[in-house]
Design a protein around this ligand. Structure first.
Ligand SMILES: [Zn+2]
Length: 207
């Protein structure tokens, strides 16, 4: 997501129409039936997490957070599954494009890239807590950037070879929403840069 391509489109860093690529579930099912789950898991460790977490409809284990931003504890709950039509009804167009179709909002266009308030971020789709202001930093990219998620259980990281780049996509563990990508050029202590989309998250201000 950090590149210098022209910003011609609201939805795509390349200035072309949003890419309609098969969603990960389709990919996983296809890959799984072709190679078998065991082969898939052996192929890439991050896919193991996805497969192990229930790639389609199985329960997921996440850390829940109160609206004061405090961890309540780990819970195993049903994965949130809705049809595209249902998501479309619930979400603003840009949030739908980002979360359900792996889109990218235009740099500096979102509501929280420059947010310095204390609080945390929930998935716009399902309210799963995903990032905290405690780990937010100035990346200069125009996207809200963090050096770690609020709880590693709450997100999924997966190889993303789309758009001619090798990246690691980050999605919500609870509902599969695409949130952004993670890169290894971040600050200490992790050296990671979670480059997220404002449109994929809802900020909860904590006094
Ligand atoms: Zn979610």
């Amino acid at each position: 997501m950090s590149n210098n391509l022209p910003e011609q489109s609201q939805l795509s860093i390349t200035g072309v129409a949003p890419v309609r690529r098969p969603n990960r579930r389709t990919f996983l099912i296809t890959a799984a039936s072709a190679a078998g789950i065991a082969g898939l898991v052996a192929w890439h460790p991050s896919l193991a997490a996805v497969a192990g977490g229930g790639a389609s409809s199985g329960p997921v284990t996440v850390v829940q957070f109160s609206d004061a931003g405090k961890p309540i504890g780990k819970v195993t709950i049903p994965r949130v599954v809705r049809s595209d039509a249902e998501w479309k009804q619930k979400l603003a167009p840009i949030s739908f494009e980002v979360t359900r179709q792996a889109g990218t909002e235009r740099a500096y266009s979102g509501s929280t890239w420059n947010n310095h308030d204390h609080g945390f971020y929930r998935c716009i789709c399902c309210d799963n807590a995903v990032f905290s202001s405690d780990t937010k930093f100035e990346s200069g990219t125009g996207w809200p950037s963090f050096w770690q998620p609020i709880a590693k259980e709450n997100i999924v990281e997966i190889n993303d070879g789309s758009m001619g780049m090798e990246r690691t996509a980050v999605s919500c563990r609870e509902c599969d929403a695409h949130l952004g990508h993670v890169f290894d050029d971040g600050p200490r202590p992790t050296g990671l840069r979670y480059c997220m989309n404002s449109a994929a998250m809802r900020f909860v201000k904590v006094a």
